[in-house]
Design a protein around this ligand. Structure first.
Ligand code: FES
Length: 511
């Protein structure tokens, strides 16, 4: 690759820089104490915490461990989750806003204790976290957020400048936060969980939960994991017991580019307050510094051409830091709940044996860790102090309901709009590694031509609730604008809520 050229295929640095253990597919039905679905930070941390207490744990992942959002994060271990504390004080009150800060700080300490207890070499460094702005409008918002910090006794300060060589009007620092290599850390937790008897299975898709005397996770191959408790840690809940999680959260995609530059990094982790988002941190690669430039978030399936988002990050990095190489690029999908508080706890008010954790709003390292702690505490001790704060059954009239209406109106708009739109009718003119939307026998059909010029044609109607998927050129997936389902170019489900693949379409000589 020549300098400054982007890698052709997305791949997160985290996954490429570590060898993770491989696990078998579940080939027979099993009995266990706790069945966990999802091998990201929540599922693995819960497996570790439970197994340590001699609880029998079986964890299933539809693909391979740590290949979802946890493998694609920017991995900041921080309680500075954007401008959130003033908003939480307004919506939930002082006590709950303080609890959120405490819970997040507890998650950070849990990670740090594990790192020192097991001497995990995971490129952990202590860093101050900065929210900066270049917009007059956000200067006053940073001042308001500082007042919230003061009320909650958060160690923070308003600054006119930041250590990084960027023009800013104002910045809010939260002291003593941290960053790490998330997969090096979680590999050690997998190892510890295994030592205590936890079992991991990969390429095992959970499709349902059935109830008898005990709940049972049902896999796509018809195997059953009969257990006392189920933890749904599959990012978007694969099972929601008619709780309509898809209508209570919205999916967002964001991008990361790993660059090299001749500039010296002064330390710190940075994110701006305004849009488009820009997030900056560094990590180590073969003794050299790799700068991770993130941002450009947009609703899934509703952005401009995906590659334009990467180009925007590249331009930002080039203009501000000078880029000598771009070894990696990748993207991630996150869910935000309508009131921005994650959903962690019992899947429904009256269901004591199935737990869910989702809606981490891009702050999955700490939110995923506290989710694992909360749910493990519920299983081990029957309680956790943050249960009410994160309860998925909570009802907050403001701002959830207004947002609920606007998000679901947006879904309805996309449902209709997508059905009317076609990009092209000429499959013959399609270049390799490109896609179009056309009609085949009157049906909207997505056609991708792979690098070997093989055509892959799919019915573009999302198998979740019937919206029309859009092509994501950056990741070569078909993404649904309504609730964030994603499908590979061969139609397989990459990300729910959809459970069934997109049907393949015969092109019948269509050119
Ligand atoms: Fe709900 Fe596609 S994800 S309709």
């Amino acid at each position: 690759m020549s300098d400054n050229q982007m890698p052709q295929f997305p791949e997160p640095y985290w996954r490429d820089s570590i060898q993770l253990p491989a696990f078998p597919k579940l080939e027979e039905s099993v009995q266990t104490d706790v069945g966990i679905v999802g091998g990201g930070i929540t599922g693995i941390t819960a497996a570790y915490l439970l197994a340590k207490q001699n609880i029998k744990v079986t964890l299933l992942d539809a693909g391979v461990l740590l290949n979802g959002t946890t493998g694609h994060t920017t991995a900041k271990i921080t309680a500075q989750h954007g401008l959130i504390y003033d908003e939480f004080i307004q919506h939930f009150g002082m006590e709950k806003a303080l609890q959120y800060y405490k819970a997040t700080t507890e998650a950070k300490e849990l990670i740090e204790n594990n790192i020192s207890k097991y001497k995990i070499d995971c490129d952990y460094t202590k860093e101050d976290a900065y929210i900066y702005t270049n917009s007059e409008q956000y200067v006053s918002q940073l001042e308001t957020e500082l007042k919230a910090y003061e009320k909650l006794k958060i160690d923070g300060q308003l600054l006119e400048d930041i250590p990084l060589d960027l023009d800013v009007k104002s910045a809010l620092v939260m002291k003593n936060q941290a960053q790490f290599h998330p997969l090096k850390y979680l590999k050690a937790l997998i190892n510890e969980a295994e030592k205590n008897g936890a079992q991991f299975f990969e390429n095992t898709t959970a499709v349902d939960v059935e109830y008898n005397k005990h709940p049972a996770i049902i896999t796509r191959d018809g195997k059953r994991v009969v257990c006392r408790y189920v933890i749904v840690a599959s990012h978007f809940p694969f099972y929601d017991r008619q709780s309509f999680y898809f209508a209570r959260m919205y999916p967002d995609r964001s991008y990361v580019m790993a660059i090299k530059t001749d500039q010296t990094f002064p330390g710190g982790m940075y994110i701006n307050a305004e849009s488009p988002t820009r997030s900056i941190r560094t990590t180590k690669m073969n003794g050299e510094k790799l700068w991770l430039i993130g941002g450009e978030h947009h609703k899934t399936g509703q952005g401009k051409t995906t590659i334009e988002h990467y180009n925007a990050l590249k331009d930002f990095a080039t203009d501000n830091f000078g880029v000598t190489d771009i070894p990696y690029r990748w993207s991630a999908q996150d869910y935000t709940t309508l009131d921005k508080m994650p959903f962690i706890g019992k899947i429904t008010e009256d269901e004591d044996s199935v737990f869910v954790a989702t809606g981490f709003r891009k702050w999955g390292i700490t939110n995923g860790t506290i989710a694992a702690k909360l749910i493990s505490d519920k299983i081990i001790h029957g309680e956790n102090e943050y249960e009410e704060l994160y309860s998925p059954s909570r009802f907050q009239a403001d701002p959830s309901l207004r947002k609920f209406t606007s998000i679901n109106a947006d879904v309805a708009r996309h449902m209709i709009k997508g059905k009317l739109e076609f990009t092209n009718d000429n499959v013959k003119e399609l270049s390799p590694d490109d896609a179009i939307i056309t009609r085949v026998n009157g049906k909207r059909t997505g056609v991708y031509k792979d690098k070997d010029s093989k055509l892959h044609a799919l019915d573009t109607t999302c198998t979740h609730m019937g919206c029309e998927v859009e092509w994501n050129s950056g990741d070569r997936t078909w993404d649904c604008p309504c609730h964030g389902s994603r499908f590979s170019y061969t139609g397989d489900v990459v990300e729910g809520p959809a459970k069934r693949p997109l049907p393949k379409v015969e092109l019948n000589g269509k050119k």
